[in-house]
Design a protein around this ligand. Structure first.
Ligand code: C5P
Length: 241
């Protein structure tokens, strides 16, 4: 059985290598992975991955790849060769693009003799509502599109999707318990919501069947990040009961 801390991913939404080093050193023993997103990757480039790996951290690269199948496949090869544990592509890139990424990951991992990273699809960004989807020509509710794209990602051979905690249970029902859900928008009991709109507590997110929780500021901006992470792990444990 996977330890609960393996299911906690800390979003490193910072700009400097020094902040990364401090957070990874502090939090390494307490969390499962560190998320490197657009902000950090654009500031520091792939050397940030080496820095985190050198400190023993596992990495989720959140670059949400979206391009023609060949380009996404080549970028997927590179990320796999860097030894990251998880990365993502946009489901709206289509079945062929996702399948090309999945094949590239398997081939690159085999060639390198390393474990295959988990390949996750981004479905509908949580910043988009029904009207925004209509504007870009997508009919129906965001939930309908999320489910349709989650099934497409599964058909393409991906390991799971990014989803809001509320969508997690729908996706599990549609795709089965083996299909992973990676959930941002989590706020511990009594914490600031910040700019997150549809939030769930760590307990609720685990209850809803989220496989991994992505949490940033409630940990990284806390006066004591280790204590904040430990309190979140305790809330996650409650969700298992
Ligand atoms: O600080 P906070 O806990 O809000 O960080 C959540 C992280 O998850 C951020 O890096 C954010 O970009 C990411 N994310 C999100 N909502 C999505 C997809 C990703 O908050 N739908």
């Amino acid at each position: 059985m996977q330890e609960i801390k393996e299911r906690l991913i800390v979003a490193l939404d910072v700009d400097t290598l020094q902040e990364v080093e401090e957070l990874v050193e502090l939090l390494g023993p307490h969390v499962g992975m560190f998320k490197v997103g657009l902000q950090l990757y654009t500031s520091l480039g792939p050397k940030v991955l080496q820095t985190i790996h050198a400190k023993g951290g596992k990495i989720f690269v959140d670059l949400k790849l979206h391009d023609i199948p060949n380009t996404v496949a080549q970028a997927s090869r590179v990320l796999t060769a860097y030894g990251v544990r998880m990365f993502n592509v946009h489901a709206s890139g289509g079945l062929k693009m996702m399948a090309a990424a999945a094949r590239a990951v398997e081939e690159a991992a085999r060639e390198k003799g390393i474990a295959k990273p988990l390949l996750i699809a981004v479905t509908v960004l949580t910043s988009l509502g029904e009207e925004d989807l209509q504007e870009i020509g997508l009919k129906g509710s965001p939930e309908e599109t999320v489910l349709k794209w989650a099934k497409l990602a599964q058909e393409a051979g991906l390991d799971g999707v990014v989803a809001s905690p509320r969508e997690s249970s729908l996706i599990r029902a549609a795709c089965g318990p083996g299909f992973l859900t990676v959930t941002p928008g989590v706020r511990p009991q009594g914490a600031e919501q910040g700019d997150q709109k549809r939030v769930a507590t760590p307990r609720e997110a685990i209850r809803q069947g989220s496989s991994y929780l992505v949490i940033g500021r409630p940990i990284t901006a806390a006066a004591d990040p280790v204590r904040a992470a430990q309190a979140i792990l305790a809330e996650m444990e409650e969700g298992l009961c």
